[in-house]
Design a protein around this ligand. Structure first.
Ligand code: GLN
Length: 284
């Protein structure tokens, strides 16, 4: 089989199974097997595939037909223009979360204008996407990245070494803010916020493959956020701030939850490009 035919056949198989963006996914799988970029795939359409390569493609297409997300099949995802290793122990970082990083970078620049070396905690770091994006954007910052899952932290460690930020990002295992060794200037978190009743509506890609611990937020979706607010005293420096990603429609409830713990807090809800309130920014 030649490359053009392999691409057509994989695309058709995925499309028939109802996989959205079948051609993009076929390009990803084939590019992964052949170690070729998307552009290369189209500049060498006559290249023939060995039988091992063809068999490998069939195997990966079958995994995708079983609803395994392409990011897990490939073992990496892109976030904030940076490539991250991931595996079944880590959530696949979503483009929505880039807004959280953008806002954190803006705020960190403002705070560090005073010449201070800012300290930041990324809570529930997963594969380390937020912490590492911040470390690369803010070379002066000291970053702590916590996660309850030792397996997720192993992946985060690989990513830190790969992006040469292991001296700037300190990985800590534990529940939310608990493992922080000292108060920080800023806390950033994309905690699980899916309500129990929403689980039945999730796609098989999410429900069967992404770690439940990275998704489940309890009955109202806010269990983890509430736990973190409870742990907050003593973990944030005077005048510190925190930024959280929230789910669609959670803005009002999160705001009143934060007010109940910190009545004096200044709270701002920031919407994404789709007009969905996505990030809550809190100054204490
Ligand atoms: N902080 C990680 C991310 O946004 C993991 C989030 C999670 O596991 N809920 O990608």
């Amino acid at each position: 089989m030649i490359l053009r035919e392999a691409l057509q056949s994989a695309t058709q198989t995925l499309r028939r199974a109802g996989i959205a963006d079948a051609s993009v996914e076929a390009e990803l799988l084939l590019g992964h097997i052949l170690g070729m970029s998307k552009t290369q795939l189209y500049t060498e359409p006559e290249r023939s595939l060995t039988s091992v390569e063809t068999e490998h493609l069939c195997h990966l297409v079958r995994r995708r037909l079983d609803h395994e997300p392409a990011a897990y099949i490939l073992g990496h995802c892109e976030f904030y223009g940076i490539d991250f290793f991931i595996d079944c122990h880590t959530f696949i970082s979503r483009p929505e979360t880039e807004l959280l990083v953008e806002k954190a970078v803006e705020l960190a620049h403002r705070i560090s204008q005073s010449g201070k070396r800012i300290t930041i905690a990324d809570v529930g770091t997963g594969c380390g996407a937020i912490a590492i994006s911040l470390a690369l954007a803010l070379p002066q910052a000291k970053i702590y990245a916590t996660d309850i899952s030792a397996s997720a932290l192993q992946v985060a460690g690989m990513n830190c070494r790969h992006h040469a930020v292991n001296s700037k990002v300190e990985l800590l295992q534990g529940n939310l803010l608990e493992p922080l060794p000292q108060p920080v200037d800023m806390i950033v978190a994309n905690l699980p916020y899916i309500k129990s009743c929403e689980f039945k509506d999730l796609s098989p890609e999410i429900i069967n493959f992404e770690p439940t611990v990275a998704l489940a937020g309890g009955e109202d979706g806010l269990d983890k956020i509430q736990q973190m607010l409870e742990q907050m005293p003593g973990k944030l420096n005077y005048g510190g701030c925190f930024l959280l990603e929230i789910g669609q429609g959670q803005g009002r409830m999160v705001t009143s939850l934060i007010k109940s713990y910190f009545p004096q807090a200044s709270i701002e809800l920031i919407s994404d490009l789709g007009g969905i309130e996505r990030v809550v920014k809190v100054g204490l």
